[in-house]
Write a protein that binds this ligand. Sequence first.
Ligand SMILES: Nc1ncnc2c1ncn2[C@@H]1O[C@H](COP(=O)(O)OP(=O)(O)OP(=O)(O)O)[C@@H](O)[C@H]1O
Length: 287
Amino acid sequence: MRIDAERITFAYGDRRVLRDLSVTFEAGKVYGIVGKNGAGKTTFFKVLTNIITNYQGTVKIADVDVKANPEVLAKVGILLDDIELYKSYTGWFNLRYFGGLRGNFDEEKVRQLAAKLGIDDALGKRVSSYSLGMGKKLILLISLMNDAEILIFDEPFRGIDAASVAWFRETLLSLKKEGKLILISSHVQEDIEMLCDVVYGLSDGKFTDSFDLNDKNQVLTYRVVVSDVSVLTEILSARGLVYQVEHQVVSFDATVEKFQEVFQESVGKGLIFDEIKKDSKFVEFVK
Ligand SMILES: Nc1ncnc2c1ncn2[C@@H]1O[C@H](COP(=O)(O)OP(=O)(O)OP(=O)(O)O)[C@@H](O)[C@H]1O
C-alpha cells in the first residue's frame, strides 16, 4: 500500500494553501507531517482523503486515482478534529454508523478498543454529554476499528489523557510492524521523535524539508551545559564545529558519532556535562 500525491495545488478562494506539492508515502512506516499553525497540514489530509476534491493534481492510493475511484478510501482510517459526530445519538450509534460506512462492524473488537481507551462505559450515552477528550477518543476509536491499511491522524494526542496517549503510541508502533502506512501531524516534538521514521516539513504550500529520523548520520542540534565552557569550545573549534554560547549553554550541530567523539575528548580533559539536549532539525517546524 502506498500513497502518491502528485503536483497538488489547492486554494480556499484566494487563499492558496498547497502549491505544486508532490510526495510519496510507503507501507510499514510512520510519517510525521509538521508545520506551523495554518501551514496546511489538515488541508493536505483532506485532499488525500477526498474530503476536499477541487484541487489540481493527482492523489493515488495503491496506484489508484482517489478522485476517480473513491472506493479505494475504504482502506483508509482518518482522524480529523472537525469530524461531525452525531451528538444527539449514543457512542454506539456513531460507531455503528461510521463503522458501517466502511465495511464490517466488529462489536467485540470495538468493545476491546473502547475498554483500552476507558470509554466503554460511556458508549451507551449520548455524545453531547461527552467531555472534549471523550469525544476525541470516540473519533480515535472510529479511525482504528476497521483495520485500515492506511491511517491518518491529525493531532491525535491533543486533548487525551496521558494513559491513553501511552496506549495509543504503543498501538501505532504495533500497527506499523503489521505493515500499515501511518501519517501523523503533531506540534509535539516528543510524539514525532518517538513514533516517526520520516518527517516532512510543510512550508509555503510544499514539503520543503524531509528528515530521516532513523539515519545515524543525521545532523542534530546539541545544547549542553558544561563545567568549563572554554574547554569545550576549544575542542569544538579544533574539530571545525561551529558553536554558539548563550547563558552558559553551548549549542552546535553534529552527528551522533561526532558528538560522542567530542564528549569523550571533553570527559578525558576533566569536563563535567551538567546537561545534554539534542534536537532533530525538524524541531523548527513544530515550534
Ligand atoms: N474551510 C476553510 N475555508 C477557508 N480557509 C480555510 C479553511 N480551512 C482552513 N483554512 C485556512 O487554510 C490555511 C491552512 O489551514 P490548515 O487547517 O490546513 O492548517 P494546519 O497546518 O492544519 O494548521 P494547525 O497546525 O493550526 O492545525 C489556514 O490559513 C486556514 O486559515
